[in-house]
Write a new protein. Structure first.
Lengths: 160, 569
């Protein structure tokens, strides 16, 4: 069985910027995962993530993205769309994460398949809570990640 | 003719720094450093429990999570005059030194080597010749002809696939690039090997801190690592031995690869040992405490005014009034306003009220405040720590300054004096010297922890109690990028004020209220710029400081896509 990694990135101090981290926290609270699944709160880091992403079969990234959609929109990008997305620098974290992915490609150890689930932020103001419209979509994003894992052969179990 | 160049963003990682320079007759005549994001993170911890602040403030920055966390618990402990158990000190010291090694390796190879190394040129190298050269300067196991040939194949494939991602800010074929194709190939091979070395360093942080990138093991009063020689769930002998293995692997790379490569860059670019001098007053904090009351340290720190060792004044403990009385921040050229005037404020009385204007050359132009030490800017960073070490007679520091100088000389470069460290390449030299020093300290702390546990001491935590009324504390850390201080005021057990004065603030500040520039602006003056469209030389100098404005100021900005903008004045 190949490894699957769920990586939530964002800054929890800047409201909707932290959506990726909020989703990861909710996932860990609500579900149990098999040993091949790693769920990581990546914060706003870069190179520290390299060992976790190295050789992963399936990488699911959750992030706040500025993609010109109405506020609180949820979008899904996959495969080749993801590197293209990072090249156009729409995500706040693209520099750090794209560096890691490029370094892994150079080492021939890039994740086999990359999916990005993004949420267009309503606000990036200072604060540790999500804006109400983005918070209202949190469960939906969590479900999307769980469906993504199930589709890749890594079903998560809802905690009793 | 004068040309104005704007570089934005500057860093390959967190792009929140903008540099403007005016070039006259091929040299930089004026410079501005500007943080482009609002800094208001401190407000988020107001009125919270001081015991929770560290977990929040480590989110200030994506690169230096660990040091903000440590600075925060130290600030609260200093306010409470709380002793920290020896085991907790040793564990924190190991986390800090391993984190520093991680930072320095990543900085040199992943974030700044491409300023000196032409990756495309490496595709034209003769791998056997590259290996002969590499083996002649170091016995490193990653220098064989097979490794060089494999690296070149990977590189060719990578270039052909059009995925130059990590290298896109590089300036291939720039006239300021001087290494042969073979030396470039050696550097690319080491770039890949550095990715492995950094993970060993990070594993030490992760094992002790329970997790990376955000460590979980801190507490005001110590650490939350229970120590046991038999249980599996805690810090066991087995885990400590795993850590020792990681320490040894990092050490092999540090001494045989990183140290030698810095010497090779210095020998190949000697002119950069006399370009790029920053502010000539140096400030560092002592760190790596070895007693419970933060009075004795492995790493000395203090103030070296004018680079004069005879004038060195030591900072003797955490919270030393000589340090706390000296630090203030001014905002004359920063996008803030103070209630009373635009003069200086001590961090404990610091204010963070935004007052944005446009970018005004002679007015306000940055979100970074201007910190001063007794009214003057100071240069912080590995260089300040190394110079404090030399000034105070710290043997390990002196030893590695000498060894590096000898190695550069052996590679046909000049002998370097400690004064030459205040230069663009000199800051890289200081960083690797410091890496070697903290590596010894990492080993020493591992031994101390083992010995102390062996004596039967397993204490890791002293419970804090908060008094009624107001208390204040400072948390000092000699972080990878230099002196970091968190300043906390606690009233009736809740946070009443919080300010972080971070290394990049000291370095990237705009001019202070007396018009004195900080190190980025000073270092750029006089720098040659061969091609205004490709200002590689300016980037070399700025990158040598290991810029990280994510914490000096932080927010996200998707709009800044232009890297260099040039206009004639």
């Amino acid at each position: 069985m190949t490894r699957a990694v769920v990586l939530g990135i964002g800054n929890m101090l800047m409201t909707d910027e932290g959506i990726g981290v909020h989703v990861v926290k909710a996932l860990v609270q609500r579900y149990d995962f098999s040993a091949e699944v790693e769920v990581i709160d990546g914060g706003t880091t870069g190179m520290e993530l390299l060992p976790e992403l190295e050789g992963a079969g399936h990488l699911i990234v959750v992030d706040a993205i500025l993609i010109g959609q109405p506020p609180a929109s949820v979008v899904r990008l996959e495969g080749d769309q993801v590197p293209a997305f990072f090249k156009t620098k729409l995500s706040p974290h693209q520099v750090g994460l794209s560096d890691v992915l490029a370094a892994l490609a150079f080492k021939s150890a890039a994740p086999g398949y990359v999916v990005l689930i993004g949420v267009q932020p309503v606000t990036l103001a200072l604060g540790m809570e999500l804006s109400p419209p983005v918070k209202a979509r949190l469960d939906e994003v969590v479900d999307l990640v769980v469906a993504e894992l199930a589709a890749s052969g890594h079903p998560a179990r809802l905690r009793a | 003719m004068t040309t104005r160049i704007t570089i934005d963003p500057v860093t390959r990682i967190e792009g929140h720094l903008r540099i403007d320079v005016e070039v006259e007759n091929g040299h930089i005549a004026k410079s501005w450093a500007s943080g482009q994001m609002w800094r208001g993170i401190e407000k988020i911890v107001l009125d919270r429990d001081p015991r929770d602040a560290w977990a929040i403030v480590q989110r200030i920055c994506g690169v230096c999570t660990t040091v903000h966390a440590i600075a925060s618990v130290r600030a609260v402990e200093e306010a409470l005059e709380l002793e920290v158990p020896l085991n907790a000190q040793y564990i924190r010291n190991m986390v800090l030194t391993a984190h520093t090694l991680h930072d320095h390796i990543v900085h040199f190879y992943q974030l700044s080597a491409l300023d000196w190394v032409d990756v495309i040129s490496a595709t034209k190298a003769n791998p056997a010749k590259a290996a002969r050269f590499a083996e002649s300067i170091s016995g490193w196991e990653g220098n064989s002809a097979a490794v060089m040939a494999d690296t070149q194949e990977r590189l060719k494939t990578f270039v052909a696939s059009g995925q130059l991602g990590i290298f896109t800010n590089g300036y291939w074929g720039h006239p300021a690039m001087k290494l042969s194709p073979e030396v470039n190939l050696m550097a690319v091979a080491h770039y890949l090997q550095a990715l492995d070395a950094q993970r060993w360093a990070n594993k030490i942080v992760g094992t002790l801190g329970s997790k990376t990138p955000h460590i979980q093991n801190l507490a005001v009063g110590g650490v939350s690592n229970p120590i046991s020689t038999d249980s599996q769930s805690v810090l066991t002998l087995e885990r400590l031995l795993e850590i020792k293995e990681c320490i040894d692997k990092v050490g092999a790379f540090l001494h045989n690869c990183y140290f030698v490569d810095v010497a090779a860059i210095a020998a190949s670019y000697p002119e950069w040992l006399s370009l790029g001098a920053g502010v000539n007053d140096f400030l560092s904090s002592p760190d790596l405490p070895t007693d419970t009351r933060n009075m004795q340290f492995m790493m000395p720190g203090g103030f070296v005014p004018g680079g004069d060792f005879a004038s060195f004044r030591k900072i003797s403990r955490f919270g030393d009034p000589y340090f706390t009385d000296g630090v203030a921040e001014s905002i004359r050229h920063s996008w803030y306003t103070y209630k009373s005037s635009d003069g200086e404020l001590k961090p404990w009385r610091g204010e963070t009220t935004p007052a944005y204007t446009d970018f005004q050359d002679d007015g306000k132009y940055s979100w970074v405040k201007s910190p001063t030490f007794y009214g003057r800017p100071a240069q912080v960073g590995p260089i300040a720590s190394v110079l404090a070490g030399v000034a105070s007679g710290h043997q390990t520091t002196r030893l590695y300054v000498e060894r590096l100088s000898d190695k550069i000389h052996a590679l046909s470069g000049p002998k370097i004096s400690p004064a030459a460290l205040n230069s663009t390449v000199g800051r890289h030299a200081a960083r690797v010297i410091r890496a070697c020093v903290v590596y010894e300290d990492l080993q020493a702390n591992w031994n101390l922890l083992m010995e102390n546990i062996g004596k039967g001491d397993v204490a890791t935590f002293n419970k804090p109690t908060f008094p009624k009324g107001e208390i204040a504390g400072v948390g000092q850390v000699e972080a990878p990028r230099g002196l970091l201080s968190h300043w906390v005021v606690i009233k009736d057990g809740r946070i009443a004020n919080y300010q972080a004065v971070v290394p990049s603030t000291w370095l990237a500040a705009p001019k202070n209220d007396k018009g004195q520039p900080a190190s980025y602006e000073v270092a750029l003056l006089g720098t040659p710029v061969a091609d205004p469209e490709r200002p590689l030389e300016a980037l070399r100098t700025i990158h040598s400081f290991d810029p990280c404005l994510a914490c000096a100021v932080h927010l996200t900005d998707a709009e800044h896509r232009t890297v260099v903008e040039v206009r004639a004045l």
